[in-house]
Ligand binder design. Structure first.
Ligand SMILES: [Zn+2]
Ligand SMILES: [Zn+2]
Length: 274
């Protein structure tokens, strides 16, 4: 599989195992097209050692991935996954400016103070109307797209993780989200981790991918690996999903020396999956 994997985490986040070099070795062993390390940006203003590294660990993280970039030129990217939360937007924006990340994955993991994808906080679903949860989530993802902070939107329909579905077709809400994403020019990943969560589906659904394709939104692939053995996991499935939605190309990120943020180039993924 010659696709790149842009969503991987490392031991630094406190809930993953493996160091960056092991992730690169795993990608090489599978002949992936490239690999991006995208560990969790420190969660501000509430540090949680089980969710992300500390701000003080960021320089060492960046150094370690940059050393791998020197060892494997053109193969390794320095990424980061940042939470989109209105309350922490100024701090996150400032932190992202401090380091030369090749790309930033923007993810919504919280509605207000509630970490809705955190298994420790699942009781939050009992206290809310599920359609409101979905609607609020889509609005925040749209805000994340329009913030201009992110290269890629992470797991676009993460709110389905534990299998809580909206009770009605959120057609208008979804249309609005896809339009906002399309206008913003941000990429969207096909994230295969959902296949291993209670929902047992990749993020996002085929239905959403079809709409994204129609809106001209580019796609990347991400395993959301939390151990080296998960790198590139289920990419054949992801590629088939993309093809079914109409996609023939994926976004390849090319690190540009001297420039912050990688350049986006489109490649044909039919060639990549042979
Ligand atoms: Zn994680
Ligand atoms: Zn995430």
């Amino acid at each position: 599989m010659l696709l790149p994997d842009y969503h991987t985490h490392t031991v630094r986040c406190g809930h993953a195992s493996g160091v960056p070099s092991e992730y690169v070795a795993a990608a090489k062993a599978q002949h992936l097209r490239g690999i991006g390390i995208a560990d969790h940006l420190p969660l501000l203003p509430e540090p949680d050692p089980e969710i992300s590294m500390d701000v003080a660990d960021l320089p060492a993280y960046v150094d370690e991935v940059q050393a791998l970039q020197s060892d494997f030129p053109g193969y390794v990217l320095l990424g980061i996954e940042a939470d989109y939360r209105p309350a922490t937007l100024p701090e996150v924006t400032a932190l992202l400016r401090e380091y030369p990340f090749d790309y930033v994955i923007g993810s919504v993991h919280h509605l207000g103070a509630w970490g809705f994808d955190d298994p420790r906080q699942m009781d939050g679903y009992d206290q809310r109307d599920i359609d409101d949860v979905w609607t609020e989530y889509f609005e925040l993802v749209g805000d994340a797209a329009e913030s201009g902070l992110f290269t890629i939107l992470g797991h676009l329909d993460l709110v389905k993780k534990f299998g809580y579905r909206a009770t009605r077709l959120l057609d208008k809400e979804l249309d609005r989200l896809v339009q906002r994403v399309g206008r913003s020019g941000v990429l969207v990943e096909i994230n295969t981790a959902g296949l291993h969560r209670p929902v047992k589906e990749a993020y996002p659904t085929l239905e959403i991918l079809r709409r994204l394709f129609a809106a001209g939104v580019g796609i990347t692939f991400g395993s959301d690996a939390h151990k080296p053995a998960e790198v590139g996991r289920d990419f054949a499935h992801a590629a088939a999903l993309a093809a079914e939605a109409g996609y023939r190309q994926f976004a390849y990120l090319e690190a540009m020396p001297g420039t912050v943020r990688a350049r986006v180039r489109y490649e044909n993924f039919e060639a990549a999956v042979q």
